[in-house]
Design a protein around this ligand. Sequence first.
Ligand code: 13P
Length: 257
Amino acid sequence: MAAASPRVPVVAGNWKMFKTGAETREFFATFLPLVARTSHCGIVVAPPFTALAAAVESARGSAVAIAAQNLHWEPQGAFTGEISAPMLVESGCSGVIIGHSERRQFFGETDETVARKLRAALASGLEPIVCVGETLTEREAGQTEQVLDRQFQGAFSALTPADFSPILVAYEPVWAIGTGRTATPELADEAHRFLRSLAARRFGDDAASRLRILYGGSVKPENIRGLMAKDSIDGALVGGASLDPRSFAAIVNYKEG
Ligand code: 13P
């Protein structure tokens, strides 16, 4: 019998490029009462930069933490259009998503920029959610573990166990994002176990047993319970279904259904 997981799950919503400030306030007005008594998991919402202030203000006094979706690795400088870690901290964010597959795919993010952004986030005390995951072509070519290993080493190999401890990893198979095609709990479990074994090898068993690994890719109220039934799955990073306050609350409250 496996020991009970020492890890508190986290359910995070990645809003991507959706919602204005006004829509954000509307979301929280409906969402917060639905999760007011939730205590079994941490809740994170990651709105676009322009809605951060509205989100921080709306979530004040609640258990919901606000995260950004990206950052630049320098604290300031001539980098038109970029936002730094100290700016995010000042805006009231406590976390940041790094290396989302859409950023890797469309905005030239590499394992190297992920590592630089990660160091900047850690230096500012932001809780990073680092995304990894294979494409369909990579999975079909039997390269899933190789890709996860490369992304893991690329992001984390220069870190100490102390640096590593606040980090959350999100396993997001690219073929499951926005496609309605969720990884089965078994398939996600396999990838999560592999990622935890990489963490154990690099940072030791203790760090690995404390690492939270979230699953992302077409998570819905209908499939969250099956995913969360796996010991290796410590929460979810939710895209589309986090935009609706009722569906996101149903996911957060997966224990009640
Ligand atoms: P969907 O839940 O819309 O598939 O998006 C997942 C995701 O990319 C979360 O970061």
